[in-house]
Design a protein around this ligand. Structure first.
Ligand code: NDP
Ligand code: OXD
Length: 306
């Protein structure tokens, strides 16, 4: 098989790992960074790739995205090949750590003690997690893993997703009324949704107003899920804090008000990264399936957008 690795910036991380993993799996494949398009069997892809026109890749059975989010490729009209997104145990683990860390920061009020120039002896003890409701918007690979980790710490978690779900031990809502209910009770909201036409500006002024006073938003999903201006206005009102990892423009422009707002924490799109050590296993599994004509894992529904 001929595998085109069309993500040059990431090549050094995969150059040794990927051929070794293919060899261990007994797959006779050559991984290259340049190839005659008509000879390529599988394309490994990242959104920053030089490859934007998939038309000449007539033999390619799959495009394997190295990112979980597919909004930068899903609308590509030249892409007729199957598109798979990244579901990587290492990436999920990273996201769980980011969400837990930032949830605990706000839950425990850590900032009061970390930045305390006046040496104030404020002995107010935080409540237990069991009395801090969390709304998890998105119950996919990442949202569900984060919901489970928060539940393991006793946070009462309500999940919300596009479709109705029956997940053992997790209160799950859907639809507009479900969203209003989840937001109205949440002291911490986590947005782990893909960017699609339906999710853009999901948290607008009207919906942000459902949140109780002092509530905190953690957004490791995508910037456009939240209306920037509505968020700033809500923070200037009763909203407690927003910790944002993703933005409409990245890197976040230096003059963007998010950088200096006292109730916003910016992290530079580092919530979770695809980890080559674990991701190669997922890539190899799908390469084997493409070779054997089996259904691919983590297929993107092009019409749905994720
Ligand atoms: P999944 O596709 O597994 O899950 C997406 C979830 O969002 C599903 O539960 C889906 O609902 C829900 N959803 C989609 N559209 C809607 C809608 N219109 N209304 C309500 N719910 C909706 O994605 P992942 O969990 O793997 O990833 C989520 C996102 O996280 C990625 O798309 C990416 O944008 C972001 N991400 C960010 C990273 C970072 O470092 N900041 C790293 C990796 C990912 P349903 O279950 O009903 O289909
Ligand atoms: C991803 C991301 O989508 O890093 O994988 O945001």
């Amino acid at each position: 098989m001929l595998i085109l690795f069309a993500a040059p910036a990431l090549w050094p991380e995969y150059e040794t790992l990927l051929p070794a993993a293919l060899a261990r799996a007994g797959i006779a494949a050559q991984v290259v960074t340049e190839a005659a398009p008509e000879e390529v069997d599988v394309i490994i892809y990242a959104p920053s790739s030089w490859l934007q026109d998939f038309t000449p890749y007539v033999k390619a059975k799959a495009v394997l995205n190295l990112w979980a989010g597919v909004e930068r490729i899903v609308g590509n009209a030249t892409l007729t090949q199957a598109l798979c997104r990244m579901v990587d145990p290492g990436l999920t683990e990273g996201m769980v750590e980011w969400v837990l860390g930032h949830a605990l920061r706000h839950h425990l009020g850590m900032d009061r003690h970390i930045v305390n120039p006046g040496h104030v002896w404020d002995a107010t003890c935080p409540p237990l997690a069991r009395s801090r409701p969390v709304a998890m918007l998105g119950l996919g690979e990442l949202g569900l893993a984060c919901a489970r980790a928060l539940q393991a710490m006793n946070f009462p978690v309500t999940g919300w997703s596009r479709t109705a779900k029956d997940i053992p031990g997790l209160r799950s809502l859907h639809g507009e009324t479900g969203l209003k209910e989840a937001l109205s009770q949440a002291q911490i909201v986590v947005t782990l949704l893909p960017k699609t036409p339906e999710t853009e500006n999901l948290l607008n002024a009207e919906r942000l107003a459902f949140l109780p006073k002092g509530a905190v938003i953690l957004n490791p999903g995508r910037g456009p899920l939240i209306d920037d201006q509505a968020l700033l206005a809500a923070l200037d009102g009763g909203l407690g804090h927003a910790t944002l990892d993703v933005f409409r423009t990245e890197p976040l422009p230096q003059d963007h008000p998010f950088w200096t707002h006292p109730k916003i924490t910016v992290t530079p799109h580092i919530a979770a990264d695809t980890r080559p050590e674990t991701a190669v296993g997922v890539l190899v599994a799908n390469i084997a399936r493409a070779r054997d004509g089996l259904p691919l894992l983590h297929l993107v529904d092009r019409a749905r957008g994720y």
